[in-house]
Design a protein around this ligand. Structure first.
Ligand code: CTP
Length: 432
């Protein structure tokens, strides 16, 4: 496309409207021209003037209040846009889209629009779980609409659960993906992909554990992108922040269409990952797996009993990535649970390093038998802006064939796009 990409952003009325302002700003940062169509309810949350100033384009919020109604603006806007993005998409707007109801400017525009459509649902958790909403979402997905989010987290009501609109960075990353290909090329074509995400928790006693700062955001972004490009995705994830216990996703909701397996300890992650890797085409180990676990778990709460210090004896966990890579190198398929004769999955590791980033990452790539390794710096400034627990990441992707790609700081959703592009190149070169 030689001209700038054009996005029509339809904004329906919910508290997440304030985040739609950031979506406009970020889309423009990436060179898109953005026009905003607002529902009546949306104007109760953010004024059209704000969107007009942020977009530098006219904003329409009333079907009958357009300066040139003879131009049939909903049809003109539908012809103008390359992408329709609905963010936030309320339960009501979702229902109107699903049923083809056209009773205001954005919903009329939706029916007139013929290009790729992206929807970022935002509503209370109980509304999101309601069968009517789920059915409407399924209808849209079956019609080829792409969804992003919602995430789990604090909601307008003060409750915590799924329904929180995806972050602007995730929405923009998906929008760019749709703009780049018209619709994302589904090159993974149903092949199985296993992705690990988040920290593990190693139990000390009934109420205490050892863990790390990983949020799982990078692994979840990789899962979302793998799904967009047509993978059959299994996400093995440790407990994220806000997780109340085993089986809870914490503040991240598994992307739609992704099979999620919640685990807690490194040992549980190993069992699930080896089992799932047996028939996978690609395994991406983005999890921050604990290297050590308490040698014994105390069945009872450990008491102070007047002691000044406490010694915990830790023992090494099994390195899952090395086990997968080693089994492949040694040709011992049984060790990794693979059926004899099954092709090995392409193996992608991560390397979190606080010094000598690329050298150490390359050592890990060789030692663990990976095809690609994604190196990120976890010290000082770099740690605060990007990497573990942050929304952004900044990585170097190194290949066993000597390839090197540096990915500057950007939202994790966009880093995931770069990682899947590298995986795709590697798969193509492996197949000659
Ligand atoms: N990994 C794994 N199983 C473990 C530990 C790590 O599969 N028990 C994987 C991680 O998922 C990651 C890669 O190994 O893909 C590198 O993890 P990292 O924490 O960077 O390094 P370690 O191998 O743990 O080495 P070190 O702590 O010495 O840096």
């Amino acid at each position: 496309m030689s001209r700038s990409p054009r996005v029509v952003l339809a904004v329906s009325g919910g508290i997440a409207c304030y985040k739609a302002c950031e979506v406009v700003r970020r889309l423009r940062d990436h060179g898109a021209v953005v026009r905003v169509a607002m529902s009546r309810a949306a104007t109760q949350f953010v004024g059209p003037t704000t969107f007009a100033a942020l977009s530098g384009e006219p904003v329409v919020s009333d079907l009958f209040d357009h300066p040139a109604p003879h131009e049939v603006p909903h049809v003109r806007w539908a012809e103008w846009g390359d992408l329709l993005c609905v963010a936030p998409c309320t339960a009501d707007f979702l229902a109107r889209m699903a049923h083809g109801i056209a009773d205001d400017f954005p919903s009329t525009l939706h029916l007139a629009f013929r290009g790729p459509t992206l929807v970022a649902p935002a509503m209370e958790d109980d509304m999101y779980r309601h069968p009517a909403v789920q059915r409407n979402l399924r209808r849209l997905v079956e019609r080829g609409v792409t969804t992003v989010g919602p995430n789990s987290g604090p909601l307008a009501s003060g409750r915590v659960g799924p329904g929180r609109m995806a972050e602007p960075g995730e929405i923009v990353a998906t929008a760019r993906r749709l703009l780049a290909g018209g619709s994302p090329q589904r090159w993974l074509d149903g092949r199985k992909v296993v992705i690990t995400a988040g920290p593990t928790r190693e139990r000390i006693d009934p109420i205490r554990f050892l863990s790390n700062r990983s949020s799982g955001k990078m692994g979840f972004a990789l899962a979302r992108e793998a799904r967009l490009v047509g993978g059959a995705v299994t996400l093995v994830h440790g407990p994220g922040p806000g997780s109340l216990g085993q089986g809870s996703h914490g503040t991240l909701a598994a992307p739609s269409g992704v099979r999620a397996i919640a685990v807690e300890s490194a040992a549980e992650m190993r069992t699930a990952t080896l089992r799932e890797a047996a028939d996978a085409a690609v395994v991406v180990m983005a999890a921050a797996v604990a290297d050590f676990t308490p040698a014994e778990i105390s069945e009872q709460k450990i008491k102070k009993n007047g002691a000044d210090s406490l010694q915990l004896r830790l023992q090494r966990t099994v390195d899952i990535l090395a086990e997968l890579g080693g089994a492949r190198a040694a040709g011992t398929e049984e060790a990794s649970g693979r059926e004899s004769g099954a092709a090995s999955p392409l193996l992608v590791g991560f390397a979190a390093e606080s010094e000598a980033l690329e050298k150490r990452a390359l050592d890990k790539l060789r030692l663990k038998g990976c095809d690609l390794i994604v190196a990120n710096q976890v010290v000082g400034d770099a740690l605060a802006r990007s990497g573990i627990a942050a929304d952004d990441n900044e990585v170097v992707i190194l290949g066993r064939d000597g390839s090197r790609e540096s990915v500057s700081q950007r939202p994790k959703g966009e880093v995931a796009v770069a990682i899947w592009d590298a995986i795709r190149r590697q798969l193509l070169s492996d197949n000659g």
